[in-house]
Design a protein around this ligand. Structure first.
Ligand SMILES: CC(C)(COP(=O)(O)OP(=O)(O)OC[C@H]1O[C@@H](n2cnc3c(N)ncnc32)[C@H](O)[C@@H]1OP(=O)(O)O)[C@@H](O)C(=O)NCCC(=O)NCCS
Length: 185
């Protein structure tokens, strides 16, 4: 698959008021699998991700890769089921540069193109940067699943006990964004 500029994906060229230059987003291919697995292992302990009791091998899911000046700088993996799109992982390798926002814009476009009416994701109670990040981008709290991570650890024992700033990782938090149909207001 060729490269898609942000403009081609109909995401804004300016992200959160910051001019993006030298950035492009492309779809993940087979050739990216090893890089994706390494990135996911570095950040999440392995490429295995559990959300709502379901185990995903995120390195095998559809994904979007941001490249900045030709170097991979971020990965978003997702899956589409029943007209809903779940963001399974989102990682920025160069923070505070608009990388994650660009990926979020791109997956939103993909979800709408695929007829999805809802974009959703699971994060955990400790991940304060993620809680902040998604809420500032129009996601709302859909559900809180207290102590769900205890169950998730049965499927993925490598989930650590402590997360961001040593906050115990305990609850799953579901965020959602309702999507407008393609061509809609
Ligand atoms: C949370 C996370 C995805 C954010 O990624 P990011 O690439 O830093 O996000 P962005 O750069 O798009 O946005 C972050 C901030 O940087 C700002 N920013 C963007 N470009 C900038 C630039 N060139 N200069 C200064 N600030 C900039 C944005 O305005 C934004 O601020 P705001 O949230 O107050 O609006 C990232 O911290 C991460 O990968 N965390 C680890 C994995 C994780 O927790 N993932 C989510 C869980 S599902």
């Amino acid at each position: 698959m060729g490269y898609l500029t942000i403009q081609n994906l109909r995401a804004p060229r300016r992200v959160a008021g910051i001019k993006m230059s030298g950035i492009c987003i492309r779809t993940k291919t087979e050739a990216d699998q090893a890089w994706c697995r390494d990135l996911l292992s570095d950040h999440w302990g392995s490429a295995r991700v559990v959300s709502r009791g379901r185990l995903h091998h995120a390195d095998t899911l559809p994904g979007l890769i941001v490249e900045l000046q030709g170097e991979p700088a971020g990965l978003l993996t997702y899956r589409i089921e029943d007209a809903e799109c779940e963001i399974v992982t989102l990682n920025s390798l160069l923070e505070q540069r608009g990388i994650a926002t660009a990926l979020l814009n791109a997956v939103t476009t993909e979800a709408v193109r695929n007829g999805c009416h809802r974009l959703w994701l699971i994060t955990t109670n400790d991940n304060l940067p993620a809680l902040r990040f998604y809420q500032k981008r129009g996601f709302t709290l859909a559900a809180v699943y207290p102590h769900a991570v205890q169950e998730a650890r049965k499927r993925k024992p490598e989930i650590p006990e402590l997360g961001w700033e040593d906050i115990p990782i305990r609850d799953e938090i579901e965020f959602e964004k309702i999507l407008q149909p393609s061509g809609g207001a």
